[in-house]
Design a protein around this ligand. Structure first.
Ligand SMILES: Cc1cc2nc3c(=O)[nH]c(=O)nc-3n(C[C@H](O)[C@H](O)[C@H](O)COP(=O)(O)OP(=O)(O)OC[C@H]3O[C@@H](n4cnc5c(N)ncnc54)[C@H](O)[C@@H]3O)c2cc1C
Length: 540
């Protein structure tokens, strides 16, 4: 067993891990290693924006998780397993969330830290390079590229008009003054390529040798002496190695961070002892509070050849690919999701929308890739602030086993009510002139699903992940028995061990979770420098 040493070891090269590595590389003189279970991000389908649905369909570059049975079914629960993590396989939609989301974070830590909207908004601005908006809500010279779609296809234009006919305002910028309205989608692309966290933050430091990136190595355990983290155990094929560290940062995401920590002896005592794992710290909240955005699709066939049904499969896909290679534009240069709306079905002009809805110009059985030849539109609706809570737990004592994942979709009546109201709203939108002119028939849920009870049954049956797991190592006050990390994201009761990734969110953000994870990672990195490296930072 070999032993290496780094001042800082970061577990996971996803949204958060890349940001932390970049910040520490620029603001300290410490030696830094990022350890990633997946391979280098060389697959070209990662970098072509439209490629992500193909990666996911073939389970390439992902952890092939399944949930436990939820509402009668095990559900696919894929997460990125490659350099860049989720940001190399995600749909690239860029959303910041609402002020009240961060008010909830601030409330969770009270006066023990600063996670206020003012601070987080400033952090978003620092990290952003927006190609369109240059005002007090946006940054233009940060590392993370944000772009509007190069064009909006006719079906999506009709969706935008239909939402306005329904009564929702047009909103040019849902990351600006207010989120409510129907808008063009903002995405993390950069001149026709995916702007992953690895591209934006990590690769430049790996190229210069400032950061060591160790790929295809799975961290199985944090090594703890007394009450201090001193390194990690890593599996590399059939061999094991230990890497010593002065500071360990867990950025393995909301499924793996709690899992690795449980295997390290940090978690609910009874659960650890069940598998013969000695409990070093009895942390009740470890793996609890799992929540995610449940996605509920409503789909309809439309007349003629509209949207991307033809462009994303068969001959059409080859034509889109060829156009992309020759010109860098066309359908393959974007994520295929050009418009979105946010609203509260009970109060359309509310500043606190409860529903997000992407208007996907395809009909799809797997929710990603077009199926069949008939054109259509799928409204991917999401309960923005679900109240259901689930968990991640160990399946057994083997650190290489898949964990048990229970996202408990629609486990709370509130989520069911919002889901039903969202379906009814979308049906009204489809009745508006701009869509009624082209819609042939509803495909999902279908004409036989009408009463609230029937719609509710449908919602429970279909609700599945939007790939936004958060909350399993939540931050909180010293007095909160369910908090896993404190307001500086240090694991309670253990020194030199922090969790910095989507798992620390006490409550999910009202929107997709990549940008919030990167913003929280940047803010947490500043605190790391203050706490551990302030003197070094002055000379770095
Ligand atoms: C299919 C999909 C679509 C999505 N679409 C969007 C979107 O459009 N917009 C948006 O904002 N968000 C989207 N998201 C969510 C977003 O990508 C995540 O919220 C974000 O990546 C979470 O960041 P993270 O750092 O917590 O974890 P991740 O980005 O998942 O990174 C964790 C990394 O740690 C590695 N790792 C895990 N375990 C180990 C281990 N034991 N040893 C070593 N390495 C390990 C993983 O392989 C991974 O690379 C999507 C996610 C997915 C999967």
């Amino acid at each position: 067993m070999s032993v290496k040493h780094f001042d800082v070891v970061i577990v996971g090269s996803g949204a958060a891990g890349c940001v932390v590595a970049d910040y520490l590389a620029r603001h300290t003189d410490q030696t830094i290693a990022v350890i990633e279970a997946g391979p280098m991000d060389r697959n070209p389908m990662i970098h072509i924006p439209a490629g992500y649905s193909k990666l996911l369909a073939k389970d390439t570059a992902v952890w092939p998780y399944e949930t436990v049975e939820v509402n009668g079914q095990n559900r696919r629960y894929r997460m990125g397993k490659v350099v860049g993590g989720g940001t190399s396989v995600n749909a690239m939609c860029y959303v910041r969330g609402q002020k009240q989301d961060f008010d909830a974070w601030q409330e969770a830590v009270g006066d023990e830290g600063d996670w206020s909207w003012e601070t987080m908004r400033q952090t978003y601005i620092e990290q952003e390079r927006n190609d369109t908006f240059h005002n007090k809500y946006h940054g233009i010279d940060g590392p993370l590229s944000v772009e509007l779609p190069q064009g909006i296809n006719e079906l999506n234009q009709r969706c935008m008009r239909a939402f306005q006919e329904f009564g929702l305002d047009y909103n040019a910028d849902y990351n600006g003054e207010r989120q409510t309205g129907v808008s063009p989608v903002q995405s993390n692309t950069d001149k026709g390529k995916r702007a992953s966290a690895a591209v934006a933050y990590l690769h430049p430091h790996v190229k210069t040798g400032r950061v060591a990136l160790l790929t295809s190595r799975t961290v199985t355990k944090v090594l703890i002496e007394g009450k201090r983290a001193v390194g990690v155990r890593v599996r590399n094929g059939d061999t094991e190695e230990e890497i010593a560290a002065g500071l360990v940062i867990m950025s393995a995401g909301a499924v793996q961070s709690p899992k690795i920590l449980m295997h390290s002896g940090l978690g609910q005592r009874e659960q650890l002892e069940k598998f013969g794992i000695p409990c070093i710290a009895d942390i009740k909240g470890m793996g609890e509070n799992l929540h995610d955005h449940p996605i509920i699709p409503i789909a309809a066939f439309v007349k003629g050849k509209m949207g991307y049904q033809a462009a994303a499969q068969g001959v059409g896909m080859f034509a889109s690919g060829a156009r992309y290679l020759l010109t860098g534009d066309g359908p393959a240069s974007g994520n295929g999701i050009e418009t979105v709306s946010y609203w509260d079905p009970d109060k359309l002009d509310s500043d606190a929308p409860t529903v997000q809805c992407y208007h996907e110009p395809i009909i799809s059985e797997d929710g990603l890739n077009p199926s069949g030849s008939r054109s259509g539109v799928t409204f991917a609706t999401v309960v923005l602030q679900p109240r259901s809570r689930g968990w991640v737990r160990l399946a057994d004592a083997d650190p290489t086993s898949m964990p048990l994942i229970n996202p408990n979709f629609i486990g709370d009546d509130y989520d069911l009510e919002v889901g039903i109201a969202a379906v009814k709203s979308v049906r009204k939108v489809m009745e508006q002139r701009s869509l009624a002119e082209v819609i042939e028939e509803e495909f999902v849920p279908g004409a036989n699903v009408q009463s609230d009870e029937e719609i509710g049954g449908f919602v429970k049956q279909v609700a599945t992940t939007m790939w936004h797991p958060v909350g399993t190592c939540k931050m909180g006050k010293a007095s909160d028995p369910m908090a896993v990390v404190d307001a500086r994201l240090k694991v309670k009761g253990i020194e030199a061990l922090h969790v910095i990734d989507a798992s620390v969110m006490p409550q999910i953000i009202s929107g997709n979770t990549n940008a919030p994870t990167q913003a929280l990672a940047r803010h947490a990195s500043k605190m790391l420098v203050e706490t551990y490296f302030a003197r070094a930072a002055q000379t770095a």
